[in-house]
Design a protein around this ligand. Structure first.
Ligand code: GRF
Length: 202
């Protein structure tokens, strides 16, 4: 199963995916594409011998033009799955449709709570006892596609957004490789009714 990973930054989720490959895992990362040339994740990919590409969104006149070029750049690798791992661009409807059923994202909250940015701060402000992360199929609704798997962490007294983010990221690094592996094994699918694992609704 060929996987293209899209990043914008540090790429710690990319690293977790790289570390989960090999030994019985049918997923293979064929390329990492970043919209930022300075994303540290590009170095992680190069260290693992994975092809990289940079597509700077600022070089395009519109979101549609950027997304069209991004599709071209991704499809050159003929992926079965496209994985958003800290890719900080909102994707157009055309892009999302093009990869329907083969586009995953990870979001740092227990969706449907806290869509969008600053999720850790918002979880703290809401006084929540639990917070976490979610892997979901991407649909047109931002952070709103069918859920695949969630990781729950406790909020501790005196937590800062940074401390909470660290705890959530440990969860991310556990659940994202799991979801990608399920997909690569042919066990995870998006149907008209939502996400299914081994034929059962999630
Ligand atoms: C993660 O917290 C992810 O949930 C969010 O962006 C962050 C990416 O971190 N979408 P990294 O680049 O994988 O370290």
């Amino acid at each position: 199963c060929n996987v293209v990973v899209l990043i914008s930054g540090s790429g710690s989720n990319l690293q977790a995916l790289i570390d989960s490959l090999g030994e019985g895992n049918p997923a293979r990362i064929c390329a990492v594409i970043s919209n930022r040339a300075d994303a540290y994740g590009l170095t992680r990919a190069q260290n693992a011998g994975i092809a990289t590409a940079v597509l700077d969104h600022k070089a395009f006149a519109s979101r549609e033009a950027f997304d069209a070029a991004l599709i071209e750049s991704i499809d050159a690798f003929q992926p079965d799955l496209v994985v958003l791992a800290g890719f900080m661009r909102i994707l157009s409807a055309d892009f999302v449709h093009h990869y329907h059923g083969r586009l995953l994202n990870i979001h740092p909250s227990l969706l449907p709570r806290h869509k969008g940015l600053h999720t850790h701060q918002r979880a703290l402000e809401a006084g929540e006892a639990e917070h976490g992360c979610s892997v979901h199929f991407v649909t047109e609704e931002l952070d709103g596609g069918p859920l695949v798997v969630q990781g729950v962490v406790p909020v501790q007294p005196g937590d800062s957004p940074e401390a909470l983010a660290k705890r959530v990221q440990i969860g991310e690094h556990y659940i994202y490789p799991l979801a990608v592996r399920w997909f690569a094994e042919g066990r995870l699918r998006l149907t008209n009714h939502g996400a299914e694992l081994d034929g059962a609704p999630l």
